[in-house]
Design a protein around this ligand. Structure first.
Ligand code: KIV
Length: 267
């Protein structure tokens, strides 16, 4: 029996109150989740960014419930202490609050997740409310919404004009009012993120939203140097693609020239 104490929504709330930064990243598999967990990060989001990062789609729209559930189960098996949050894919929560509850429950029941995330502010207020009434912890997500890329005609920072900034504040307040335990602020000006962080009683988790949020989230392939490019809001803390390429080339060379496997690798 595993008696590691898992991080809970109450721990995140306390961290906001005491000013301890909440450190989070996405992950999509058990090996990476174990490394993230062992490094002490507090929360792992099984982001629908899996669409771009590990599933080979050009955006997050095609990700299905079944794909997301499979990845979330794998991450849960790798993580012991970190909270694991399943990211509800496009189309899995917008149809009706009932369908959202049916789909969100699967993350808790089938994957062992600690909650779900979904995108949107005022527009998804009734959905978040219904999920929370059904005892499903929800993380909100406002600002840039990758699932709206087709409607918005691309990815761009949000909240730069005063009118847009006010809309983002109202979205964040709606998410809190609906009962979410935290909210992701994506690609908004640092000053706006600071204003929202000071206004809300729930933790804000920023990505491309400056240093004043209660926590930060990054896409794991960006911070580990596995992606094909580094977005401006990210930084590479390791260079795994280079190391992996070098290792694979060496393996290729050694099998080709007969020096691997050697006697020490043979039975
Ligand atoms: O899917 C994802 O990775 C996300 C984060 C960028 C917050 O939603």
């Amino acid at each position: 029996m595993d008696n590691v104490k898992r991080i809970t929504v109450r721990d995140l709330q306390k961290m906001k109150q005491t000013g301890q930064k909440i450190v989070t990243v996405t992950s999509y598999d058990a090996i990476t989740a174990r490394l993230v967990d062992e490094a002490g990060l507090h929360l792992i989001l099984v982001g629908d960014s899996a669409g771009n990062t590990v599933l080979g789609y050009s955006n997050t729209i095609p990700v299905t419930m079944e794909e997301s559930l499979m990845l979330t189960s794998a991450v849960r098996r790798g993580a012991r202490r970190a909270m694991v949050i399943g990211d509800m894919p496009f189309g899995s929560y917008q149809v009706s609050p009932e369908e959202a509850v049916r789909n969100a429950s699967r993350y808790l029941k089938e994957c062992g997740a600690d909650g779900v995330k979904l995108e949107g502010g005022k527009a998804v207020y009734p959905i978040i409310r219904r999920l929370v009434e059904a005892s499903i912890p929800v993380m909100g997500h406002v600002g840039l919404l990758p699932q709206s890329v087709l409607k918005d005609g691309g990815y761009r920072a949000h909240g730069k004009s005063e009118e847009e900034a006010q809309a983002v504040v109202e979205d964040a307040l709606a998410v809190q009012e609906a009962g979410a335990f935290a909210v992701v602020l994506e690609c908004i000006p640092a000053a706006l993120a600071e204003r929202i962080t000071k206004t809300l009683s729930i933790p804000t988790i920023g990505i491309g939203a400056g240093p004043h949020c209660d926590g930060q989230i990054q896409v794991v392939t960006d911070v580990l140097g596995l992606g094909s490019y580094v977005p401006r809001h990210a930084s590479q803390f390791a260079h795994l693609a280079d190391a992996a390429s070098a290792g694979l080339r060496e393996y290729f060379a050694k099998v080709s020239d007969g020096s691997f496997p050697g006697p020490e690798n043979s039975i």
